[in-house]
Design a binder for this molecule. Structure first.
Ligand code: CIR
Length: 252
């Protein structure tokens, strides 16, 4: 069970953030509305929110997931892999310091939280353009102290590991096609997201709900068939900046 989440409001400079998508410029007012709806959904799922003010110096800073990896007992402050985002983690460190025992990813390691997927007692670490082998090695060392197993997986053609895969719980993985045959994931029950619904692979399990982006009916129905209660959220303005549901919060 998660009880808390950290979120950060989109900044006035949000449209200047990093993106590879060709979906056009985001509308900041609409992004703020969608962010409010996201916060309401987290509250509905039973979370108490720590809502941080926007920081216009960091256009991507609403994507707090990349700045830390958190569990109930400890947290790891990351070293974001794109230089333009280095520094976002400082505020998150301040917020987490009184709450959790903290560890740090250090230079030359880089690591974005979007590359880290926890599935029960295992952590999968995506090696991507943002997370390097050294970052993965440091994280694995920290996790091993807490008796978690760490498995690294190479990420190709998508921004972060969790852009393409998410653990729903009860051994259920939601996966884009490219992750279906990975030997490291062979023991999971996999639900494939069809390519026209790829964005919905970043659906988010929180307590007894799964939050799904609006507009992906087949994925929604497949998750429903697994027995989960669904909350759908409009995510258009975050999709334009390569962000998904998991990116917008740190849950613990
Ligand atoms: C970036 O490129 O870093 C942001 N525009 C999007 C980050 C999305 N975060 C995530 O998937 N965890």
């Amino acid at each position: 069970m998660f009880t808390k989440a950290i979120v950060r409001k989109p900044a006035s400079t949000y449209a200047n953030g990093i993106t590879t998508s060709d979906l056009g410029k985001p509308d900041i007012n609409l992004a703020l509305k969608q962010h409010e709806a996201y916060c309401e959904a987290l509250i509905k799922c039973g979370l108490e929110l720590i809502i941080l003010d926007a920081d216009p110096n960091f256009p991507d800073s609403c994507f707090v997931e990349d700045t830390a990896v958190v569990t109930k007992d400890f947290g790891i402050i990351t070293r974001p892999g794109d230089k333009r985002r280095l520094g976002e983690e400082i505020e998150i460190k301040k917020v987490l310091e009184p709450l959790l025992k903290l560890h740090y990813i250090e230079e030359p390691g880089t690591l974005d939280g979007g590359d880290i997927m926890q599935a029960d007692n295992k952590f999968y670490i995506g090696i991507s353009d943002r997370t390097n082998n050294e970052g993965s090695r440091q994280l694995s060392n920290i996790l091993s102290k807490y008796n978690y197993e760490a498995i690294s997986i190479t990420v190709k053609d998508i921004l972060h590991f969790k852009t393409g895969i998410n653990y729903l719980g009860e051994n259920n993985l939601l996966v884009q096609k490219s992750f279906f045959d990975l030997p490291d994931l062979k023991n999971y029950n996999k639900t494939i997201v069809k390519s026209t619904e790829n964005y919905a692979a970043n659906s988010l399990r929180i307590n007894n709900c799964v939050i799904v982006p609006k507009g992906f009916p087949e994925t929604k129905s497949n998750i429903e068939k697994l027995g989960y209660k669904i909350i759908e959220l409009e995510m258009s303005e975050f999709q334009k900046m390569d962000g998904g549901l998991s990116c917008l919060s740190l849950r613990f």
